[in-house]
Design a protein around this ligand. Structure first.
Ligand code: AMP
Ligand code: MN
Ligand code: MN
Ligand code: MN
Length: 299
């Protein structure tokens, strides 16, 4: 297979494809700068990558320059925070033309929502004993980038209020907890609309990671597709093979394309760029064969 050839169908095996379409950098809650992330992707043998920081494309210019230097194909992207039926749902936008149209204003609104949300999260965490919560989260972020829940989780750990990140989410920041503030995010359909209007492909992120029943997940996929969404992550990091096959059926029924990614945030954990469970043989077409992406991903 030539260096940059990707399969046009998932034909089974595919233990490791040289592509990762969901990763984070220091532009959001990732540990590596965009340049360092691209360099690591290169070392890991990837030929195609998307940078998908939370609610921003601010890391893309630096990543693009690095990717050109390293000879990698970089797809601009973002992971938008949205609301659907009381859940915080993430939508990855794969954006060959970058941000344009209503997405430009949408990203400004997301940044503003993140700011307001951080103030609200801080207020709530002060009630459980984290004094100066906002300043401490900012200190953990180590830069002026928009704050996320992981910054507050680290602040809780640093203050000795919880033993680790997992417990910080379990007790204070995870779904349904005091620090899970989601009222400021746009509706799922609105965010999907921004991506589609920007000439991009909207990808439902990690559909297996919301603790939804199969039926409820089906309703989410219906709502997503009805809003104009074109794909979903069939594989996100490591996941159960039966669950993957089941999800693949749900995508097929709705004629959604299949995307995949590690959701990599930092080195040293169990994930690296490109690391994810294998994709089973499936009739669901890979997202890189979508007409909006096929040219830029140079099949
Ligand atoms: P936010 O974008 O501010 O809502 O924060 C969500 C981010 O928190 C996710 O993208 C993950 O990076 C991180 N996260 C979510 N759950 C956990 C958890 N249980 N442990 C550690 N990090 C988590
Ligand atoms: Mn994250
Ligand atoms: Mn996510
Ligand atoms: Mn992510």
């Amino acid at each position: 297979m030539p260096m940059n050839a990707l399969p046009v169908r998932f034909e089974g095996n595919s233990a490791s494809l040289p592509i990762d379409l969901h990763m984070h950098s220091t532009a959001s809650d990732g540990a590596l700068s965009p340049e360092a992330l691209v360099a690591l992707c290169k070392v890991r043998g990837l030929t195609h990558m998307a940078l998908t920081d939370h609610d921003t494309l601010s890391g893309v210019p630096a990543a693009r320059e690095a990717a050109e230097r390293e000879g990698l194909c970089l797809l601009p992207g973002t992971e938008l925070s949205t609301r659907w039926s009381g859940h915080n749902i993430h939508v990855v936008g794969l954006l060959p033309e970058g941000a344009r149209g209503p997405l430009v204003e949408g990203l400004v609104a997301q940044a503003e929502a993140r700011k307001k949300r951080a103030a609200k999260i801080a207020e709530r965490l002060e009630k459980v004993g984290l004094v100066d919560a906002l300043a401490r989260a900012r200190e953990q972020a180590g830069s002026e980038r928009p704050l996320g829940r992981p910054d507050f989780a680290r602040a809780l750990v640093a203050a000795g209020l919880v033993p680790d990140m997992a417990m910080a989410f379990k007790k204070h920041l995870g779904a349904g907890k005091a620090g899970d503030v989601k009222s400021l995010w746009p509706a799922l359909a609105e965010a999907v609309g921004w991506i589609v209007a920007a000439g991009g492909v909207a990808v439902l992120a990690h559909p297996l990671r919301h603790g939804l029943t199969r039926r409820k997940r089906g309703l989410l996929l219906d709502a997503f597709r009805d809003a104009g969404g074109q794909a979903a992550e069939l594989v996100s990091g490591f996941q159960n093979a039966d669950a993957t096959r089941d999800l693949s059926r749900q995508l097929q029924e709705r004629e959604l394309y299949a995307s995949l990614g590690s959701d990599f945030h930092f080195p040293g954990g169990h994930l690296a760029p490109g690391s994810m469970s294998p994709v089973p043989r499936t009739a669901t077409p890979p997202v890189w064969t979508h007409p909006r992406l096929a040219a830029i991903l140079a099949l």
